[in-house]
Design a protein around this ligand. Sequence first.
Ligand SMILES: Cc1cc2nc3c(=O)[nH]c(=O)nc-3n(C[C@H](O)[C@H](O)[C@H](O)COP(=O)(O)OP(=O)(O)OC[C@H]3O[C@@H](n4cnc5c(N)ncnc54)[C@H](O)[C@@H]3O)c2cc1C
Length: 354
Amino acid sequence: VGGAGTGSGPSLRPVRSSPVSRAAPERVTVLGAGIVGLSSALALVTRARRPPAVTVVADRFLTETTSAGSGGFWMPYALNDTPAADIERWGSASFERFAELHRSPDVDAAGVSLVEVRGVGDDPPPSWAGSVPNYRALSARDLALMGLGEHSAGFAYTSFVADQERHLRWLTERCREHGVEFERRRVGSLAELSGVAGGGVVVNCSGLGARDLFGDRDVVPIRGQTVRVDAPWVTGVWQADGGATYVIPQRDSVVLGGTRQVGEALEASRDADVADVLERTSRLLPGLARAPVLRAWAGLRPGRSRVRVAAESVPVPGAPALRVAHNYGHGGAGVTLAWGCAMDVLEMFEGMAQ
Ligand SMILES: Cc1cc2nc3c(=O)[nH]c(=O)nc-3n(C[C@H](O)[C@H](O)[C@H](O)COP(=O)(O)OP(=O)(O)OC[C@H]3O[C@@H](n4cnc5c(N)ncnc54)[C@H](O)[C@@H]3O)c2cc1C
């Protein structure tokens, strides 16, 4: 039952339900507490027809996750062969969610800011250009007026940044309010996961962890180095080198990046990468050369040939098959796609729980 997902949308074939009484809420274990897991958990408890009893199980929470160190910027990046239609659907749903939060009293707690993005270079308009307001090429006059006359081409659009330290905390609090429980543990095997799930549905948001736990060799780390500086004069996002160089203002710092090192699993910062990031971003905005460095950080994006959002019945030796809704492999765009993918998790869950 169910199928190995390809990323082109969830498999909605119902998976046989376990014999739970109709009165008892379905049990769901969300594996993973990054932006993808927390968004999935919140979507289930706030939007399901019959909200399930959700436990989020993870060995890393909040600032320990890759999500927390990310730029938190809405922009599809490092998504390999993920179909453009999926990127637009998931990305647009997340964009709308950030817009809603930006207009809500929770905006500050959720860490959401609306930002103007300026890029230099002759990047062709991306497939998702229609999902954001004001995507446009910058004319030579625009560039000159912004002091960027040495560049022959550029682009601009409007987007959102969700400061991830705040945003993950906010999601965790909203989840708790709706009865979600949290358990810190490392899950070492499918048999252990089966015991943890206790016959309920598993939502697999384990990111890079899916490689070992589910044996998915398509999942590879894509290392990213960032440097946080104190530069309150930076109010918008800046990009160069096709997105490889970026400057993203957060609430208490500005994130400078980055690197895209496929297959590298070093979580520690590397001095040469820090120097390279500072050099490239200072070329883009020379004032950054004097900005006090707050900290350097490196994280591992969960890279995959395409994002996997799919239902699957996973065989477990000596135990009943696990009913799994996969949601992992978001590469450089977990923040950009999380809410849209969570909507598909919700749909898969409704299919499984019937
Ligand atoms: C430098 C950098 C900058 C980035 N900037 C952006 C950006 O601006 N915008 C954007 O959209 N994206 C950005 N990204 C990408 C983004 O960070 C990722 O796509 C996103 O964090 C993936 O979220 P996740 O929840 O799948 O994974 P994670 O945040 O890695 O969470 C995985 C969770 O699974 C748990 N887990 C895994 N295996 C197990 C196990 N066996 N047992 C128990 N728990 C387990 C972990 O403990 C953790 O809680 C950036 C990434 C990097 C590295």
